[in-house]
Design a protein around this ligand. Sequence first.
Ligand SMILES: [Zn+2]
Length: 174
Amino acid sequence: MVRNKTDITSEVKLLWGGFLIDLNVQDTLALFGKKARITSYKRDQETVHEAWDESRMIVTCNEADFIRYILEHSKRDSGKTCQDCWGLLVVPSDEIVRNRLIKNVKKGIRMDGEILPWSLAAFANLCISLHSDGTVGVRKFRRCEHCKRENPIESEWYDDLPEIGTRKITNPNN
Ligand SMILES: [Zn+2]
């Protein structure tokens, strides 16, 4: 079945649980509106599981650990149940800088001149980094075989994104 972009967008909006805010950036909660809440867990692995369970995108300034735990979580892919997470939003550790940057991406991020809504970015399991200089880094986590087959993301911009975890993880300070 071929579905058009509008169908997928509205479907995904219903599936996405919103943002899950890591404790180290919990002051950002108000900036993300109603579809956000703070994690109930202190341990990052548990936050990753919680985000997966509730189809939420994690917000953190702790990039390296969360990438590691998300990759670990999705490795449990058995081909039957989907262990994919719903993306990661990495924000700067400086509170003033990050608050300013988050306000610029209320609805989503700009891709090819169009706004990619957060729900779709989460569904595509993207890793989005808001850099202090105002640029936005976009990478993708690998999706499970089931999702690739049943819910392919057929967009050129998606194909072109660098994939996390296929080779060595690049230095997060780059
Ligand atoms: Zn999946």
